[in-house]
Design a protein around this ligand. Structure first.
Ligand code: FES
Length: 627
């Protein structure tokens, strides 16, 4: 018997089995769309140790793995046989795992020193006597000064109100909480230094992701994600700006609905962790500029008008109670600095979490969402832009589009000879729709296998029953949970073309500003919930990302959220965020003279200039030749 180690799992495997067979027997949900025939390339694993115990059968004209990926340990699990007893250590890239829970809120977290902005101090005070009549406030400040070597002058009013009683009820032993060495914002009876909590929040256009963090250990205790309730006022940023700018009442309404949801999110996380909301004493917000302004109830009107100037680029520290956020009454909320009208604190958090600002390697970060942020650069300079990719990748504006939830088709493969479809759903149930990663897969497969042409037009094929009335049938009614065919319409294909063209245009213009060709991009970080599950090969095939070796791509999850967590754990990160803003050169796409040309060229599959996509060109020649 051989043993496969996958994270903290240990899976026994028989000699002669492929890695795929062993993993499936071990109930690992790995993709295998072609049924283990080495045709779909969807069953990748990364072998870390134990090469002597396996044998890899490389298929002729290998297109799924290049030499450098093979060197790094990438293998198709269906073509990798276990040949000896022994240990095999593997990992499975997230995008090849089939999971039932798809709300990605975890993100890359670089280790940082625990150095929070809010710190608690336990003080043993001398009781007031007739011979020592120092005022209560002065007594606390003096004791604190001798403990930390600095006079903290400000004390929040709600703390002042409690001090006389707390001092006497506690036998003069209290814990004070100090924010940023500047203000006492909490006071408690006895020694409470062991418990100190903060909350980080990523306000996305479509989704809110909250993280309850232990400020003593720096660990995330729990996290939760919910739909941004502002979607009821419009799915994209422009619709929100329009609504909020109409009048004061609308601004109040769109702000209030957000705050209520945030309070609910905080309550959920606290309840799950048996922590009181009052125990949360620090909070950090990362969001795009419009979201951050709506959170603060600042009109976004001028963000929708050229030259798209935000209220502020610097961070803001605002009392939570002034915004109606229900955490400890004295607490501050730190709103991360922002770069421009359409590159906000979330992009700054992305940089912090991936350390893009500290690397020598020229790196591209793509944070895919309704609004996609793009950052290209390294420790010397970073260029950034934002593109309106729209909600199609989140399943909106697509006939059978759905969020990435149970029943959503997430992966699709089309047999190049029979043109029959294989698909996988989240949770393995009957299909209920197609989520973003499934749609990208579908368009990629339809294009590579000749079902749509380079303009995206669905091709009529004699006797081919999956094409009907300009629609491509992915799943027949008899297979679905809807009792109806799940199809991709001509309009759906167009929606994806618009969205992918917006992203590729942004990347192209950033490369122009940075004066580098795509081959010189050494690292690509794919961020965001959708970005975590998209098949990079499919994204390349449709021309959403440049044709670069896929092993340069790293999936980093929700880095906007993890960047906010880092700013909660370490106060220096907040300073670093200000420096990041200074080193980012914002590129306004609307002001680019060749924007329209690049955009129109990017609408085709993979691009008007197919020479920019040699790998895709090869794939097309191969499959079209077979047909
Ligand atoms: S299952 Fe391995 S290539 Fe399809």
């Amino acid at each position: 018997m051989a043993v496969i180690y996958l994270g903290n799992r240990r899976i026994k495997a028989e000699i002669g089995n492929t890695l795929l067979e062993a993993l499936q027997k071990g109930k690992v949900n790995i993709s295998s769309l072609c049924g283990g025939r080495g045709l779909c390339g969807k069953c990748k694993v990364v072998v870390q140790k134990g090469y002597e115990n396996i044998d890899y059968r490389k298929v002729a004209e290998e297109e799924f793995l290049n030499e450098s990926e093979i060197k790094e340990g990438y293998r198709l699990s269906c073509l990798t046989k276990i040949i000896k007893d022994g240990e095999i250590y593997i990992t499975i890239p997230l995008e090849w795992l089939r999971e039932s829970q798809r709300m990605v809120i975890a993100g890359k977290l670089v280790p940082v020193e625990i150095k929070p902005t809010f710190i608690k101090f336990f003080l043993k005070l001398n009781p007031a006597t007739l011979t020592d009549v120092l005022a209560d406030r002065d007594r606390i400040q003096k004791a604190l000064e001798s403990s930390i070597g600095k006079l903290v002058k400000r004390i929040d009013l709600h703390v002042l109100r409690k001090i006389p009683v707390i001092l006497r009820e506690s036998d003069w032993k209290i814990t004070v909480g100090v924010w940023n060495e500047q203000e006492i914002i909490t006071v408690e009876i006895g020694d409470k230094t062991h418990s100190s909590y903060g909350f980080a929040l990523d306000i996305g256009t479509s989704k809110l992701a909250g993280y309850l963090v232990d400020l003593n250990s720096g660990k995330i205790i729990t996290s939760e994600s919910v739909v941004n309730p502002q979607t009821s006022f419009g799915e994209d940023i422009i619709a929100r700006i329009t609504f909020a700018s109409e009048n004061e009442r609308n601004l109040e309404e769109i702000h209030k609905i957000l705050i209520e949801k945030i309070n609910q999110l905080i309550r959920t996380c606290c309840k799950r962790s048996t922590i009181l909301t009052d125990e949360i004493t620090d909070m950090v917000i990362a969001g795009n500029t419009v979201m951050q302004q709506l959170f603060l109830k600042i009109t976004p009107f001028y963000l929708g008008k050229s030259p798209f100037v935000p209220l502020t680029k610097s961070h803001l520290d605002v009392k939570a109670r002034e915004l109606g956020v229900r955490i400890n009454k004295g607490s501050y909320i730190h709103i991360l600095p922002q770069v421009a009208g359409y590159v906000g604190g979330d992009a700054v958090a992305d940089v912090i979490a991936t350390e893009l600002n500290k690397t020598d390697a020229m790196s591209l970060l793509i944070d895919i969402g309704t609004n996609t942020e793009l950052l290209l650069g390294n420790r010397e300079q970073i260029w950034a832009c934002s593109c309106a990719s729209g909600p199609a990748f989140e399943g909106a504006h697509v006939k059978f589009g759905t969020h990435a939830k149970s029943g959503a088709i997430e992966k699709i493969w089309i047999n190049p000879l029979s043109l029959e479809v294989s698909y996988e759903t989240i949770g393995r149930g009957r299909p209920t729709g197609i989520c973003g990663s499934g749609i990208i897969d579908a368009i990629s497969e339809m294009f590579i296998k000749g079902i749509i042409d380079r303009t995206g037009k669905i091709q009529k094929k004699e006797g081919y029953r999956r094409i009907r009335n300009d629609e491509f049938i992915v799943a027949y009614a008899s297979e679905t949970a809807l009792g109806a065919d799940i199809v991709i319409t001509q309009r759906d294909v167009r929606e994806i073309q618009y969205a992918k063209a917006a992203i590729y245009t942004g990347i192209t213009i950033l490369m122009k500003h940075a004066r580098i060709p795509c081959q010189e991009i050494e690292k690509v970080f794919m961020a965001g919930s959708f970005g975590t599950y998209v098949d990079p090969a499919s994204a390349r095939n449709i021309g959403m990302i440049p044709d670069i070796p896929l092993n340069r791509i790293e999936f980093v999850g929700n880095t906007a959220g993890s960047g906010a967590c880092l700013a909660l754990i370490n106060k220096d990160v907040r300073r670093e965020a200000e420096d990041v803003v200074k080193m980012i050169k914002y590129v306004e796409l609307a002001a680019e003279p060749n924007f329209q040309t690049v955009y129109f060229n990017s609408l085709n599959l993979p691009n008007e200039n197919i020479g920019e996509f040699p790998t895709v060109q090869n794939l097309i020649s191969k499959y079209r030749f077979q047909q």
